[in-house]
Design a protein around this ligand. Structure first.
Ligand SMILES: NC(=O)c1ccc[n+]([C@@H]2O[C@H](COP(=O)([O-])OP(=O)(O)OC[C@H]3O[C@@H](n4cnc5c(N)ncnc54)[C@H](OP(=O)(O)O)[C@@H]3O)[C@@H](O)[C@H]2O)c1
Length: 301
């Protein structure tokens, strides 16, 4: 049996659907389980081992939206419970090398180490930054771009390597399936103890994001690099402290040229060509602009 955590989230949901569609025995793990799913809340360690009963392959989708100590406590509790429940293999969705210097990295590397020290099999999938994330940053600047023809982001001339989240889901599902099939057949387990770098081959910078906005809005949009301090100001109200740290660190890494992808294992693990991540960025921006204009029309009556 395979269990995927975080199935109400986008990545976990995609991985679970792929495995279910392939006819594999797979359980949906969530804090809010639907019919037949199992309740998995990493913040409630007491119930985890029971929830993992009968599971051979656990797809552990990181739960990184919190302060570092909370994230490591979550992932540590999952690994401990997986060992207690007799889980044979954990597939963990981690962070690619392009994010190594970002503040989101330490809990991922901590989890990788904890897995390496645990008495079970594991595979680490070091996921690149989602194209959807870059698209979301551009979409957040749509209102100003529409009004002033300017898109501001503290990226200087830096760029971010991006990847399609669907490709990452494909790889996670393939690895989980192949591990499960080998365990059932008593064959040597593929991907055992392997760490894969799953970077996309597309990069986007401020100018590309401004271009995507220009096409979505049907007007000229100029990219204007902004000071990093503006991010603190913009997020001061309404964002959790860790979100401010994560955002500033992402922008700082891009601007200083540290968000760079090394060699990627992605093409070798996909059955098809990687999805064109730049087109995805465009699609996210376009859809968000359309959604916003529909909302405005509805409000205007
Ligand atoms: N590579 C990137 O660009 C990137 C960007 C953002 C985030 N991430 C990381 O990748 C993960 C998956 O990305 P995503 O796009 O699927 O994010 P998402 O859509 O926000 O989903 C995150 C899911 O994590 C699960 N989760 C949160 N807190 C949990 C807890 N205490 N116990 C168990 N599960 C918990 C939830 O699933 P349920 O509601 O079903 O419990 C939630 O829906 C994120 O959680 C984050 O760690 C990566």
């Amino acid at each position: 049996m395979i269990l995927v955590t975080g199935v109400s989230g986008v990545l976990g949901g995609l991985v679970h659907r792929r495995l279910a569609d392939a006819g594999l025995p797979v359980l949906a793990g969530s804090r809010t389980p639907q019919d037949g799913g199992r309740r998995i809340d990493f913040d409630e360690p007491a119930g985890l081992a029971e929830a993992f009963a009968g599971v051979a392959v656990l797809v552990l989708v990181s739960a990184g939206y919190a302060e570092d100590d909370v994230v490591t406590a979550r992932h540590g509790a999952v690994i401990e419970a997986a060992v207690r429940a007799g889980v044979r293999h954990v597939v963990y969705t981690s962070l690619a090398a392009s994010g190594e210097r970002m503040t989101i990295a330490p809990p991922h590397r901590w989890t990788e180490r904890a897995l390496a020290a645990a008495p079970l099999g594991w595979t680490v999938l070091r996921n690149g930054l989602y194209a959807e994330l870059a698209g979301g940053l551009a979409a957040a600047g749509a209102e100003r771009a529409a009004a002033e023809g300017v898109f501001r982001l503290p990226w200087g001339r830096g760029t971010l390597p991006v990847v399609a989240r669907e490709d990452l889901a494909d790889v996670a599902a393939t690895v989980a399936r192949e591990v499960q099939e080998a365990l059932v057949a008593g064959r040597p387990v593929p991907h055992l103890g392997r760490t894969y770098e799953l970077e996309g081959d597309a990069v986007v910078g401020g100018a590309e994001l401004a271009g995507a906005l220009a096409r979505a809005l049907g007007r000229e949009v100029r990219y204007e690099p902004s000071p990093l301090g503006e991010v603190w100001d913009a997020l001061r109200e309404g964002a959790a402290p860790y979100q401010v740290g994560h955002a500033v660190s992402l922008h700082s890494n891009v601007a200083s040229g540290f968000a760079v992808a090394g060699p990627s294992d992605l093409p070798g693990l996909l059955a098809a060509e990687p999805r064109p991540a730049r087109e995805l960025v465009e699609a996210v921006v376009r859809e968000s602009v359309v959604r916003e204009s529909v909302r405005r029309e509805a409000v205007a009556g």
